[in-house]
Each structure stands twice: as C-alpha cells, then as structure tokens.
Design a protein around this ligand. Sequence first.
Ligand SMILES: [Zn+2]
Length: 76
Amino acid sequence: MNDRTAKRIIKEDRYPYDANSPTQHSEYVCPCGKGKIVYEHVVGFGDFSAWIECKKCDKKYEIVMGCGYLWELREK
Ligand SMILES: [Zn+2]
C-alpha cells in the first residue's frame, strides 16, 4: 500500500499562522480499515513525516518514504 493506492480520508492545510506554515496534513485508511496513516509535509521546512495510527498495522508494517511515493507500507 502507498499514497496512491490508499483511500484518502482528508487532505487539508493546518497551522496557517505558524512560522513554517502551512502544514499539509493528509490521512488515509490503513490496511485493516480500523485506523489510519497520517502524512504531514511542513512546507516552510521541507519536512515530511508519516506514521501509522493503528495498533494492529503498526505491528505488521513499517513506513518507507521516498522511492517514488510520498509513503509506502512494507511488511516488517
Ligand atoms: Zn489498521
């Protein structure tokens, strides 16, 4: 699963008045469907991060960034 195949829940800009704003915040449905994958891009910093908000999927997968995708899940 990666950012192109996952179902996106939301995409929005957050913290519009922060020094390094905006932060582009996206959430996607995780593989089991009960949690989510969160991806944030702090535009002013050029900083990217992604994490799994699901206990089940967090045990099974790890996030790999780059490789042509914003993020990609790989089985541990
Ligand atoms: Zn899950």
